[in-house]
Design a binder for this molecule. Sequence first.
Ligand code: UDP
Length: 242
Amino acid sequence: MPMTAKPAYQRILLKLSGEALMGSGEFGISPEVMSGLAHEIKAVIDSGVQVALVVGGGNIFRGEGLARAGMDRVTGDHMGMLATVINALALQDAIERVGLPVRVQSALRINQVCEDYIRRRAVRHLEKGRVVIFSAGTGNPFFTTDSAAALRAVEINADLLLKATKVDGIYTADPKKHPDAVKYQELTYDEALSKRLGVMDQTAMVLCRDHGIKLCVYDMDRAGALQAIINGDDTIGTRVYA
Ligand code: UDP
């Protein structure tokens, strides 16, 4: 699809896991990955689409893992949520460096570092062409940033929720473990839920299903994929519908 095509969506929410920011590393944040993402986001913004991001924290801390090691779960989840803020600040910096206006909002109040999450303010930023990065998940322990992405997508009325992964869509089984796994071009949330496909956690999928959010799972390492999807190319990744 040519780059000049009219975008198929006006407002998107892109979910980036913490692991997506690591690149080939085992921990932390890859400056190359950040810069690559920032350039891709710039191209999307330049085509007139409003872009919100939800960032995970699994490259730094996950409450579940910390609890398994003996820590109080709620404390671990607070650490996980703060980890997402660290990622969001790094992403904000990378996006600013490609010349885009960008704001980080946090679901936990740390307003000397970034804005508090205020829905109406977030929507205003988007309308003005600013990238908005939602951090600290939902602000509550026992949730994930997938659920935060679903929640924010509903709240800001996103036309499309994108989940950037290391796989080019949703498969009948994990393609890394099962080479005969088959990729879905599209499926419904009910199918994904009943087959327990590891797309997003169940809370996130139920929220998307009940509020009619369209989801696209795609391979973030495929060059040009994001722009092509936004231009309406439905052959890339997997679409999940209500
Ligand atoms: N978290 C939380 N509530 C939320 C979102 C996240 O407590 O609403 C915590 C939780 O401990 C989680 C961690 O933050 O493990 C990092 O988020 P997530 O695991 O979703 O990150 P990702 O897998 O996307 O990198």
